[in-house]
Design a protein around this ligand. Sequence first.
Ligand code: NAP
Length: 262
Amino acid sequence: MKIMITGSDGQLGKDLQKECQSRAIRFLASDVDVLDICDLKEVQEYVWMAHPTAIINCAAYNAVDQAETDFAKAKMVNGIGPKNLAIAAEEAGIPIIHFSTDFVFNGDKGSAYSITDQPNPISRYGQSKLLGEQLVQAVTNRFFVVRLSWVFGAGNMNFVKKVLEWAKKKDVIKIVDDQVSSPAYVVDLAPAILDLLETGSFGLYHLTNQGHCSRYEWAKLIVEKAGLDASVEPARRPGAPTFRSRPNGPSFLPWITFRYQT
Ligand SMILES: NC(=O)c1ccc[n+]([C@@H]2O[C@H](COP(=O)([O-])OP(=O)(O)OC[C@H]3O[C@@H](n4cnc5c(N)ncnc54)[C@H](OP(=O)(O)O)[C@@H]3O)[C@@H](O)[C@H]2O)c1
């Protein structure tokens, strides 16, 4: 096995590399400085030269709020990039794992979403990620589209890091309690993803850690576990944007068709 990991400097990409190392699986790691997934020719040449046996695409444009004003970039990285990788995977006759998000749903269901629920994104980010899902599935049958939510791990751009920063600077931090989802720790995701690849059971999956919580509940736990003194209080977003960047109410509960337990 020789796995090609794109977006390898991101949270998930980093832990997938570690997991490959621990399983003695060969891998080729690239981030945008080495391989821009938006460039089809570059992607095809890379795959032709490297002869991977599978592609795992961790590259993404994850700036949810920015995507409202930079939709073109979001569509390019989250839609066209995955399509390019799927084209190269199809040409090479190898599978592709691509990641999507709970943002493909509108959050109105009020209970856990399953893979049979119809996506209906209400944000530009969600639309760009749905485009990626659809294009990958249109190009190849050898796909795993894996929807994740609230990913956290090594890296500076995640909720855990932000809460710790805020809690060190302030006595009281206010966190919204109307966003509910299932956090997903990359240390748990990485082995689950490699296990999933080995099954050869292509299709659409939802993958998170078990349980669900609000942002407020999660922040409280983070502060408590870190032994910090800051008080965490529930809040509703003041001056909430005109679009709902995260749907209100239970949006993405652990409705997992493939669950990995640690
Ligand atoms: N983070 C979450 O809470 C969350 C939730 C649900 C689903 N997901 C999905 O899970 C997957 C992994 O997320 P993550 O949190 O590990 O992402 P991440 O930390 O943001 O990493 C994404 C990586 O992709 C790189 N990249 C951006 N544009 C690229 C391009 N054109 N070509 C190649 N690489 C490019 C980024 O580089 P730069 O940093 O230089 O841009 C970054 O290193 C993504 O598909 C994401 O949409 C994430």
